[in-house]
Design a protein around this ligand. Structure first.
Ligand SMILES: [Zn+2]
Ligand SMILES: [Zn+2]
Length: 107
């Protein structure tokens, strides 16, 4: 017996399936669906496997993307702030120009 997209649920309740499992894509009905974080699954096993996968994805995202962007963004922000501060000082308040600044730093 082939399972159709909107066929009878495979659980045997005879109900028309309205949703599909978020992991194995089996049709599930109101009787046998298991809800986790707004997703519908056909069984506890599917819900747990899908949840573990989502958690590992979240952990990977935190390590590889969020942290470096945060640190580099902060350093870049401070650098821009310093450059703008110096430009205002030099142009409007008679602070050291580029040549004088190079001498001060020793380049
Ligand atoms: Zn499933
Ligand atoms: Zn069912």
């Amino acid at each position: 017996m082939a399972v159709q997209a909107t066929g009878i649920c495979i659980c045997g309740s005879g109900q028309l399936s309205t949703m599909r499992c978020g992991r194995c894509v089996k049709p599930v009905c109101e009787e046998c669906k298991i809800e986790r974080d707004g997703q519908v699954y056909c069984s506890l096993e599917c819900a747990e496997v899908a949840q573990r996968y989502l958690e590992s994805e979240d952990a990977g995202r935190n390590i590889s993307r969020a942290r470096p962007v945060g640190i580099f963004g902060m350093i870049f922000g401070l650098f821009c702030f310093a450059v703008i501060g110096w430009l205002v000082w030099w142009l409007f308040f008679g602070g050291p120009g580029p040549d004088r600044l190079r001498q001060m730093i020793g380049i």
